[in-house]
Design a protein around this ligand. Structure first.
Ligand SMILES: Nc1nc2c(ncn2[C@@H]2O[C@H](COP(=O)(O)OP(=O)(O)OP(=O)(O)O)[C@@H](O)[C@H]2O)c(=O)[nH]1
Ligand SMILES: [Mg+2]
Length: 354
């Protein structure tokens, strides 16, 4: 199924070899064979092991949708709901998402590549700067921006900051008011603070619940309307291009976010050291990096109880992903001030661009 297809997918230069061709083509390695999305009939000679992704039917639309907004508004929950599978981890802790993540939603008439981004906020450390920069890059490189806000509260400074970033772009923007299921009943349908946010832009406004899925059909139809006719960028049954190791690390980090106290979550990074797939079980070793010895103590817990709980919950999530038994081994390591160092950020898998 889909998850077995996400073993290795990366973007490489377009094999047309035309000078300055800016396209980056996704190649999917399945059992040693590459699949590609836009090769002309002459090109298999260049890369003989290529298998084409099906040709899109007439009238098919495709493109990239950037999901942006301040932290904690439900961007990742929305992406998971739209693609129908958990790709991005979510939590009540702000700044959960740290990388741009792609989720692929394919319908009979369109393929939307949803780009989930880190919440845009005022950064206090190097990691924060990298997160915000990654989100801003997404704004500049997509076909449609979906600006998500939290409808249970009025628009605040964080939302206005994001709105200002979108002020001068030419890309179409859709304003998505999320958490409709939890909005107090006595509030107007669209709060005036959000009407004000759309300002003179006349962005279309959609209200929905990323958790229940209510209202998402209309949103999806509008997003598709904004896309140009185009090919399949990914195989129709693929839901993400994230490598399996990345998702494993995220599933471990999610349990740390959900189970540990306030002071730990932002200081945690996970490195997958080894994945050994045996016929009957997959062995995974991972290191949980923290910044201080006191955080290591919290993570390990009394007699190792916290680490055991994190390991058990994460193992169950990873088992769902690999659809088989998993043995998960966790180590905790203190790596002082890793969030301040660009070098360490890159080491720990955070894209440091520009
Ligand atoms: N009631 C309700 N809660 C929601 C909804 N969507 C998301 N949430 C909750 O809001 C919290 C934040 O959700 P995330 O999806 O992690 O938010 P995010 O915008 O990706 O956050 P960052 O990655 O930190 O920027 C979680 O506790 C979600 O369960 C919704 O439609 N209704
Ligand atoms: Mg997120």
């Amino acid at each position: 199924m889909v998850v077995s297809l996400i073993k290795l997918l990366c973007h490489v230069r377009c094999p047309c070899f035309a000078a300055n061709c800016p396209r980056r083509i996704p190649y999917l390695l399945v059992s040693g064979r590459f699949m590609d999305s836009h090769l002309s009939p002459s090109q298999p000679a260049v890369l003989p092991d290529l298998v084409s992704i099906p040709t899109a039917p007439p009238g098919f639309r495709s493109g990239f949708v950037g999901i942006v907004g301040r932290p904690n508004v439900g961007k990742s929950t929305l992406m998971n709901q739209l693609v129908g599978q958990k790709i991005a981890i979510t939590s009540p802790v702000a700044q959960t998402t740290r990388n741009r993540l792609r989720g692929v939603l394919t319908t009979p008439e369109a393929q939307l590549i949803l780009v989930d981004t880190p919440g845009i906020h005022k950064p206090h450390h190097e990691l924060g700067k990298v997160l915000v920069k990654n989100a801003r890059i997404a704004i500049d490189s997509v076909d449609v921006v979906l600006f998500v806000v939290d409808g249970t509260v009025e628009a605040g400074g964080g939302d206005r900051f994001v709105s200002a970033l979108l002020d001068h772009i030419t890309t179409p923007v859709v304003l998505g008011i999320n958490k409709a299921d939890a909005q107090p009943g006595d509030r107007p349908d669209i709060d005036p603070s959000y009407q004000a946010l759309t300002g003179d832009h006349s962005w279309p406004v959609f209200k929905f619940s990323a958790i229940t899925g209510a209202g998402l059909d209309a949103l999806q139809a509008q997003l598709i309307q904004y896309l140009e006719p185009g090919p399949y960028y990914y195989p129709p049954d693929l839901v993400t291009d994230q490598p399996e190791r990345f998702i494993m690390a995220e599933l471990i980090r999610e349990q740390v976010l959900l189970l540990t106290r306030d002071e730990v979550p932002h200081s945690v990074a996970i490195a997958i050291e080894r994945v050994d797939e045996q016929p009957d079980i997959t062995h995974v070793s991972a290191t949980v990096h923290v910044e201080r010895t006191s955080q290591k103590g919290i993570l390990i817990g009394k007699g190792g109880s916290m680490l055991k709980q994190i390991g058990t919950e994460a193992r169950m999530q990873i088992q769902k992903m690999v659809m088989g038994k998993v043995y998960l081994e966790l180590f905790v390591k203190v790596q002082p001030k890793w969030r301040q160092s660009r070098l360490r950020l890159a080491d720990l898998g955070y894209r440091v661009e520009g």
